[in-house]
Design a protein around this ligand. Structure first.
Ligand SMILES: NC(=O)c1ccc[n+]([C@@H]2O[C@H](COP(=O)([O-])OP(=O)(O)OC[C@H]3O[C@@H](n4cnc5c(N)ncnc54)[C@H](OP(=O)(O)O)[C@@H]3O)[C@@H](O)[C@H]2O)c1
Length: 206
């Protein structure tokens, strides 16, 4: 494979939503879920999010092993006052359709497609494992490329978000993918005390 191994991680409500219609910010799941999120970051060479998630969750994408911090956008409409650009951590790699001029240390701008971007991270920057923390629009595009190798979910039975315009892990309901994607369940950890269940799946390939 001339791309990294790609994992994703989401908290989902009982009805499979990653956020509410009003885009409730992160922080609606348990401390154990936050710990798991941090643990999953530790195993990655790079963390990636869509610009929507970066903005909504005000994240700095840090971990003790200083993974690369990657944010993708088509518009290139990054807010350089965002805490990401002013926090210590791994080098930052941005994707946009057109090249950007960025005058900040440790920030590299890339242009082109998502697929070329993940290849470049692998071939040029040595990323063997890329961990994506959402959101749904970005993961939909990774799923279209059949580039989701591992799925980690926290199923949070204590929240029902509802709403046609509340996204799931592949965004808003839309067209089917051209083929089904098959995964095997690797980890199933119900936590009745938390009202949550921790799940992990691995892509089955022929
Ligand atoms: N529950 C959870 O675990 C969880 C996890 C993550 C996020 N969330 C929530 O989900 C919401 C954000 O998700 P979202 O689906 O709206 O946004 P998203 O996927 O984070 O970001 C979407 C943006 O990413 C860029 N993008 C997507 N695909 C691209 C591609 N192929 N090439 C280049 N750029 C691409 C585009 O940016 P431009 O518009 O700049 O072109 C697009 O508008 C927030 O409310 C957040 O809190 C929840």
């Amino acid at each position: 494979m001339n791309r990294p191994h790609i994992s994703i991680n989401f908290a989902i409500s009982a009805d499979g939503k990653i956020t509410s219609v009003a885009h409730k910010a992160s922080g609606w799941t348990s401390e154990e879920d936050s710990q798991r999120l941090k643990q999953l970051r530790e195993g990655a060479d790079a963390i990636m999010v869509g610009r929507g998630t970066l903005e909504a969750d005000r994240m700095t994408m840090t971990a003790s092993n200083s993974p690369l911090r990657c944010v993708v956008s088509r518009s290139g409409n990054f807010d350089f006052d965002h805490p990401l650009f002013h926090s210590a951590g791994g080098a930052i790699h941005l994707l946009s359709e057109k090249p950007l001029t960025v005058d900040l240390p440790d920030v590299t701008s890339h242009s082109g497609s998502l697929s070329d971007f993940v290849k470049t991270l692998h071939l040029v920057h040595g990323v063997a494992h890329l961990h994506c923390e959402g959101g749904g629009k970005l993961v939909r595009e990774l799923a279209e490329l059949d580039a989701v190798d591992e799925i980690h979910l926290t199923w949070a039975g204590h929240h029902l978000f509802g709403g046609k315009t509340a996204p799931g892990i592949t965004g808003l309901p839309g067209d089917y993918l051209t083929d089904s994607r098959h995964y095997e369940l690797l980890h199933f950890e119900p936590r009745e005390d938390l009202g949550e269940c921790f799940l992990s799946y691995r892509r089955l390939r022929d």
